[in-house]
Design a protein around this ligand. Structure first.
Ligand SMILES: Nc1nc2c(c(=O)[nH]1)N[C@H]1C(S)=C(S)[C@@H](COP(=O)(O)OP(=O)(O)OC[C@H]3O[C@@H](n4cnc5c(=O)[nH]c(N)nc54)[C@H](O)[C@@H]3O)O[C@H]1N2
Ligand SMILES: Nc1nc2c(c(=O)[nH]1)N[C@H]1C(S)=C(S)[C@@H](COP(=O)(O)OP(=O)(O)OC[C@H]3O[C@@H](n4cnc5c(=O)[nH]c(N)nc54)[C@H](O)[C@@H]3O)O[C@H]1N2
Ligand code: SF4
Ligand SMILES: [Mo]
Length: 732
């Protein structure tokens, strides 16, 4: 008799790691292949929700354009497959040579956004950076995203990693400033079903007010207050002005929570809403009403994200946003702005040490180009091109790009592309050959999130409902794909003679192998789970969590508490006296700059960004399911501007800034302020990427309009200015 081939179909419970809510997913696996993904109904937080991108990820996983073997660029510019040994041996030899000749300042790494969603990559990369030496250049997507949030936290709370979250589940007044959670699903806060949570605020009699230059998908569902791009800083200053001058503040409570309130009061005195209205476009009466509501509503919170981070004075804006919550009496309170934690023994002391360390790195370490402070050890990606092209000690000659596409995501992609060609060595680790990795000598195949185990370390403290979930890999790596940490590990073990620290790491590796084990990130994250809230404390707490137990006993995740505790400020912040530190010279100097802002009459309009439901930055345009319906990138402009210039929907317009020009079809709308134009980023797939569907509908790179000049990056965090950019438009 002939054997009948049997198919094994299994379902595996896991979670999505494309964006911050980390929705529960169920993977259907047939014969070891990821067949499909569906939302996990039993996940206690996402409860059967997943967005289109999350479900379509199976198509990325199985994409025929995916890179599944190491690729080497040939003299003709084409890529040819090579085996791992050939690739790694050559890469290591070239890194060794560059390090020997020029030192650690010739090496660099760009850590892209999906990297934040892999604990093992996030834990192993710092080892490489420290191992190569102090001058190693690290760049991240953070300088186009959130680094000023870290700096504001360093100033206010003495620790870059102390990030308050809005307690949306219990608030009665939620002010959303420069975020569009109906599309983005929330950022800086990890909360599935954010749209439903906002609807619930209204259902229980509360309000959700969206402050945004565009009447976004979120604004359309709730209340919209239009604001002039980059006007937030003025609105926030005026809110504080009103709270103080109308004597709405509970000074006793604030004095318990913060230092130098008198200094703050003096600082905001000149910013009466009547004087700032021209900059924010918001009526003084509206500002006064909002200030009163924020104070009078016992459970109220202001929440902001990229719309408040990517402007001209993002650190100041982010700082002020937190201060408005503090002064209104909404910090560290149910329904307000709250602090999460791991619940580790000695966490406060640990965070203090960490905060002091990060603070000193921030103050002492400066980038070679532009002299920017170091945010969590990184330099602004906006200066990456100049770090490559500017000669001298510390000139970047070898660059790794792991999980990023900076040619499309940082300012002035053209300049970066030209610079990348000058590198002695460039190595990409990605799922695709994208517009950036197209310039690499080698592109190494990464595993997708479903081919690796995970526990989300950075997002664990950003959950208003404390929650733990871990997953094993759902399927084995496709082809020859490897995890980032394994690639880093391989590289370091080949280069252990380069520095004393690499030799120490090699020693640890040897010791581990004597015990038949391997130096790897999993035991570290397991220890974190075991020592933190709900953990088994290595046997001290019976039935407590471990990584394995979390996967086995709580595959859908485990809720640790319904809400975050309030009244924890003293142990959440890392300042010496446990209070918020308000007074900083850097804040004064940023405030002084406001008076020097100048409008250019030649560039009367303001450009802002716009995220789309079926895109994730630059990397989901190769999925036919997400591109269906003839989807194209369009620039949204107001009907008044369109009429004035004789532009109709689908007409191609030119958008010109001080730094570049693009052409793009227009979408005429009334859901945006006149004088504002919104353009989605992450498009412009014309440059050598091998994602065929994406290239067939390329769009344009909006970041060609953005400046990478050091004087145009924000001073305190080195962040790119991607919102509120002065432009003019016309018919093409
Ligand atoms: N579908 C989808 N989801 C995503 C992503 C994606 O690309 N697509 N990207 C993920 C990533 S990496 C991130 S960081 C998060 C970001 O998450 P969000 O910050 O929530 O996302 P955005 O849609 O960029 O929202 C920013 C809002 O700020 C507004 N804005 C622009 N300039 C100003 C201004 O000067 N003042 C004010 N008040 N508002 C302004 C914009 O109109 C926009 O509505 O989203 C994540 N989720
Ligand atoms: N104008 C403008 N520009 C912006 C923004 C904006 O709002 N406006 N937003 C900024 C923001 S918030 C962000 S976060 C950045 C994003 O900037 P980047 O991180 O530079 O770019 P992404 O487009 O997210 O590209 C991610 C790459 O990682 C790959 N990838 C996906 N999963 C994995 C994985 O598991 N492992 C590996 N190794 N690779 C993987 C994808 O294939 C893709 O090539 O863009 C920024 N740029
Ligand atoms: S919202 Fe984000 S985490 Fe949830 S399914 Fe969509 S992409 Fe995944
Ligand atoms: Mo981001």
């Amino acid at each position: 008799m002939e054997a009948v081939p049997t198919m094994t179909v299994e379902t595996k419970t896991t979670f999505c790691r494309i964006c911050e809510p980390l929705c529960g997913m169920v993977a259907t696996v047939e014969d070891g292949k990821l067949l499909s993904l569906r939302p996990d109904k039993e996940n206690p937080l996402s409860a059967g929700f997943a967005c289109q991108k999350g479900i379509a990820f199976a198509d990325i996983h199985n994409d025929p354009d995916r890179v599944t073997t190491p690729l080497r660029r040939t003299a003709s510019g084409e890529f040819e497959p090579v085996d791992w040994e050939t690739a790694m041996a050559d890469i290591a030899a070239r890194v060794r040579d560059i390090h020997r000749r020029y030192g650690s300042g010739a090496l660099g790494w760009y850590y892209g956004n999906p990297g934040a969603f892999s604990y093992s990559y996030a834990m192993w990369l710092p080892m490489a950076i420290a191992g190569f030496g102090a001058k190693f250049h690290m760049f991240t997507a953070g300088s186009q995203d959130i680094n000023n949030r870290f700096v504001a936290s360093q100033l206010l709370y003495g620790n870059s990693l102390t990030m308050p979250v809005p307690d949306i589940g219990r608030t009665d007044l939620l002010v959303v400033m420069g975020a569009n959670p109906v599309i983005s699903h929330g950022s800086g806060v990890s909360m599935p079903r954010m749209r439903d949570k906002m609807r619930e605020v209204v259902k229980r009699g509360g309000r959700v007010l969206v402050i945004d230059p565009r009447r976004t998908e979120t604004a359309a569902e709730f209340e919209w207050l239009g604001i002039v791009p980059d006007g937030d800083v003025y609105l926030l200053l005026s809110l504080l002005h009103v709270m103080f001058t109308e004597d709405l503040v509970d000074r006793k409570r604030i004095a318990l929570q913060a230092n130098d309130v008198g200094w703050l009061e003096g600082l905001v005195r000149p910013f009466a809403p009547e004087l700032t209205a021209e900059h924010s476009g918001i009526e003084p009466a509206t500002v006064r009403g909002l200030a009163r509501d924020l104070v009078a509503t016992p459970r109220a919170v202001v929440y902001g994200r990229t719309g408040t981070c990517l402007g001209e004075s993002g650190t100041l804006t982010t700082y002020l946003l937190d201060v408005v919550n503090l002064v209104a009496g909404n910090l560290d309170r149910a329904g307000g702005y709250m602090f999460g934690s791991f619940g580790l023994p000695g966490e406060r002391q640990l965070m203090r040490v960490l905060g002091a360390g990060l603070g000193s790195v921030y103050r002492r370490r400066r980038s070679r180009i532009g002299g920017f402070p170091s945010v969590l050890g990184s330099e602004p990606a906006g200066i990456m091109a100049k770090e490559i092209s500017t000669p001298g000690s510390g000139q970047l000659r070898a660059l790794f790009v792991g999980a990023g596409n900076p040619v499309l995501s940082v300012p002035n992609g053209d300049e970066l592309e030209q610079a990348l060609e000058k590198l002695d060595l460039m190595v990409g680790i990605d799922l695709y050959v994208n517009e950036t990795t197209a310039h690499c000598d080698y592109v190494l195949p990464a595993t997708t999130m479903y081919e690796r185990d995970d526990f989300m370390v950075p997002f664990a403290t950003l959950k208003p409902t404390p929650f733990r979930q871990a997953t094993e890999a759902v399927v084995a790596p496709m082809g020859q794909a490897r995890q980032e940490w394994e690639i880093i590990d391989d590289l370091l073990s080949r280069l252990w003679r380069l520095t004393p620290l690499l030799a120490v790491i090699q020693g640890a590796r040897k010791v581990a192998s004597l015990f038949g084990s391997r130096l790897r990130p999993r035991p570290l994250v397991d220890a974190l789970i075991r020592m933190s809230e709900g953990g088994d404390r290595f046997g001290l707490r019976r039935g407590g969590l471990t990584f394995t137990r979390l996967v086995r006993d709580y595959p859908h995740g485990r809720v640790l508490a319904d809400h975050l505790p309030g009244g924890v400020l003293g142990r959440s912040v890392s300042t010496r006296d446990g209070r918020v530190s308000l007074r900083h010279k850097d804040i004064e100097s940023e405030l002084d700059k406001l008076g020097r802002r100048r409008a250019d009459p030649e560039l009367p309009m303001r450009l802002i960004g716009m995220r789309e439901a079926r895109s994730e930055n630059s990397w989901m345009h190769n999925v036919p399911l997400l591109m269906r319906g003839g989807r194209t990138q369009r620039a949204v402009i107001h009907a008044h501007d369109a009429d004035r210039l004789g532009i109709a929907t689908d007409d191609v317009i030119t958008v010109t800034s001080a730094h570049g020009e693009i052409e793009i079809p227009a979408q005429v709308s009334k859901d945006i302020l006149p004088g504002v134009i919104a353009v989605p980023h992450g498009w412009g797939h014309t440059r050598g990427g091998t994602w065929q569907t994406a290239n067939a509908n390329p769009g344009v790179n909006v970041n060609l309009l953005m400046s990478s000049e050091p004087q145009d990056l924000e001073a305190l965090a080195g962040m790119a200015r991607l919102n509120g950019v002065p432009v003019r438009i016309g018919r093409a």
